[in-house]
Design a protein around this ligand. Sequence first.
Ligand code: BES
Ligand code: MN
Ligand code: ZN
Length: 500
Amino acid sequence: MKISFDAKSPKSDAFVAFAVEGGKLLEPGKWADKKMSGALKRAIEAEKFEAKKAQTLVVPGPAGMPHSHVVIVGLGKPEDLKEQDFEKLGGTVVSVLNGRKAGSADVAFRTDGIKLKGLDPRHAAARMATGALLSAYRFDKYLTKEPKDKKPTLKSLSFTVDDPARVKKIFSDEKIAAESVYLVRDLVSEAPNVLYPESFAAIIRKELSPFGVDVTVLGAREIEKKGMGALMAVGQGSAREPKLVTMEYRGAGKKDPVVCFVGKGVTFDTGGISIKPGPGMEEMKWDMAGAAVVTGLLRTLAAREAKVNAVGVVALAENMPSGTACRPGDIVETMSGQTVEILNTDAEGRLILCDALWYAQEEFRPTHIVDLATLTGAMIIALGHEYAGVFSNDSAFVKELVAAGKHVGEELWRMPLNDAWDKAIDSPAADMKNISGGRDAGSAIGAHFLKRFIQDGVKWAHLDIAGVAWSNKDRTSVPKGASAFGMRLLDRYVAENWEK
Ligand code: BES
Ligand code: MN
Ligand code: ZN
């Protein structure tokens, strides 16, 4: 969708104006009402339209009106609006107009009649455009027979604002992030016969190299040579070899600290020899969402020339059962030198991540490290689909991440760590086992496994995104399907904590 900002309303099919609670039209709406001889006010009364937040009223333009539709969007009480709400308003405009016969729309956001509290109207306008873009995403590349009337109609959206140059400037970074969200969603939605470690690595190279990100791809031989026995074990059952991809972006000084982002990229998780039940197994195509988010994040940071040294590391593997697959009972040596007894081949995320985490710390010596993984089904039991869980060894770090998440509508909830859960993964046969063997605190057990691979002094946060990587219903800025949860959160986290 094309987005533009103007000082004067350009020609458009639909005209979007705002009203505040009680159904009171703001200036652009009053103009339209006059043009329509009072038809808008009549419609507001007849429909008992109260203009509550994100409530909409669509009125077809009568003869003589240059617009096919006038859409009134409710602001509720403007002084209650947060920036995040404007994202929702932008998405609302898109969903109301798509499916109607309108190829273009102009959103008249004149702010003279609106009293916003603690909010710059120019940021509000940019955020509306972001919400419009994010909510317009679709994964439709394989729909060869979709009827025309099912296809979205809205092609371009203009915003009439007081200071278009400034809003455009604010939006330019948000647009980069939104485009990266599209990339993440494309990756996560892609079919697992098309997206596997090698093709994933090739996409990373193609998408990120143009922005000056240094992309390195290690294949099975190099992974083996580096001693990453856990990553190898997960990949060895598949005909597709595992890959470890690093994305290095240096936007700050040579001597400045480094932050690492590590992603779980299981391109398909059958469970391996500890095979998963059949129903719903297709969902495990999105078991690479963590790696996709890391990819999108590095694209965003590089494209907007963020002043940070950031490195992405993703471990890519396909977890398959076969004659060469690892077995329950296998003992492997990780790159850290610690040994792991694999008791359940379906607890594979922690196995690929422990080597990726160690590699990232050895290679890049970060002060902070964040990992993202669709790690445990237990996370969904604990927090459902409204929050991702965050486990961390540093409270200040958690605070920064939680605040960033709030701002973009990707909410985190801190989960506890406890020495008892660390003990639960001691093994009589190796340094540790990859499951506890019980059902207690499943997500924390996974976190504690990873924690054993965090070096002294490194601030670490583990985001278990199992419940939020895929949305089973349409949400604000997230149409049903891949969400890209974490991408904008971490972009915001970097902007607020590394670039100021
Ligand atoms: N990828 C799954 C976790 C998952 C399950 C994510 C459902 C999203 C939806 C992970 O690899 C896994 O299988 N975890 C096991 C761990 C168990 C064997 C300790 C699980 O959660 O059942
Ligand atoms: Mn699994
Ligand atoms: Zn998995």
